[in-house]
Design a protein around this ligand. Structure first.
Ligand code: UT7
Length: 309
């Protein structure tokens, strides 16, 4: 089967920096509490899904040395689209000058990894270049008077171009998409409303599904936790990442994190963490990289790939 490899990666974040100290001016909270309980120091706010998504996509296309006209498909993962319809993906397609199919998918914070899984399937079916964008503007759906949620979220985007891997052992090794609808009420946002969450229970279930999805893609690829060179998890809470890494038996040092400066950006969090890890030199050609996301739904998705083309 033809495997998809990442050939370009780009990101964008909201322009305005909102620190924990800024939030503590209007909320009954403190920098110390937020850092200890979440690992977040600041988040970025601002921009539409179209603006952030197109910005990230342009960087990814440039890095992949791919013209927008060469794209075969655009998949945009978002749970905070600018409009009910049209899809953000249609507007990104127009903004880039692409001529391919384009659609949005909503699997909340698992959406980017869901998108990679669908892109892998299209490349296996013969497509040459697929753009996957993960973008969310959660600040527009945050109750800034609710200290239990306002401290967590931010706005951002990440995009990757996928193409058939050249090396036989490079690219996507295995993928998994899961849903546990019985937990759908743990994390919701109604039309015209704001994010509502049972944080403690989301935390508990998140660790469980991250571990089981990760074990599943490892088993499907015939690999074990000790084979993993880097883990790029959804960036919701540093303690969730620490617990999942411990249960997986992978040293915490192998986890990519970016939530310290971005907060939880939902669909954008995995590509933002990936970009940070790559620029720090934490991901090397030939490394086995585990991506794992979870979110409202409760949705979960994992992808295992061997880095490089
Ligand atoms: O993409 C997925 C999105 N969601 C998540 O991943 C959320 C997962 N859950 C979490 O990250 C954590 O549960 C939170 C960060 C939301 C909360 O942390 P926690 O350690 O589970 O705290 P808690 O809800 O058990 O609250 C502990 C105490 C409570 O006070 P009492 O009842 O012990 O007096 C809260 O009222 O901390 C209080 N509290 C706060 N205090 C200061 C809750 N939020 C705050 C706050 N500042 N911002």
């Amino acid at each position: 089967m033809t495997r998809a490899a990442i050939t370009g990666l780009g990101t964008a974040v909201g322009r305005r920096v909102v620190t924990n100290h800024d939030l503590a001016e209007t909320l009954d909270t403190s920098d110390q509490w937020i850092v200890e309980r979440t690992g977040i120091h600041q988040r970025r706010v601002g921009g539409s899904c179209l603006e952030l998504g197109a910005q990230a996509a342009r960087v990814a296309l440039k890095q992949a040395e791919t013209g927008a006209a060469d794209l075969d498909l655009i998949i945009c993962s978002t749970c905070t689209p600018d409009q009910v319809f049209p899809a953000v993906a249609n507007r990104i397609q127009d903004e880039l000058g692409a001529a391919c199919g384009a659609f949005d998918l909503n699997a909340a914070c698992s959406g980017f990894t869901y998108g990679l899984t669908l892109a892998q399937a299209q490349i296996a079916a013969g497509m040459e270049r697929v753009l996957v964008v993960g973008v969310d503007t959660l600040s527009r759906f945050t109750d800034w008077d609710d200290r239990s949620t306002a401290i967590l979220f931010g706005d951002g985007a990440g995009a990757v171009v996928l193409a058939p891997a050249i090396g036989a052992d490079r690219g996507m090794l295995s993928t998994y998409m899961g849903s546990e609808g019985r937990f759908a009420d743990l994390l919701t946002c109604d039309f015209g409303g704001c994010i509502k969450m049972d944080g403690k229970e989301v935390f508990r279930q998140a660790v469980r599904v991250m571990v089981s999805a990760s074990q599943r893609v490892l088993a499907d690829a015939g690999l074990s936790p000790s084979d993993v060179g880097a883990v790029i998890p959804h960036q919701a809470n540093m303690r969730i990442i620490e617990s999942a890494m411990k249960r997986l038996g992978i040293p915490f040092e192998k986890a990519a994190t970016v939530l310290e400066t971005t907060g939880n950006t939902s669909s954008a969090s995995i590509p933002l963490a990936m970009d940070n890890a790559v620029s720090k030199g934490a991901v090397h050609d030939g490394d086995v990289v585990l991506l794992v996301g979870f979110g409202a739904g409760m949705s979960v998705a994992a992808a295992l790939l061997r880095w490089g083309q």
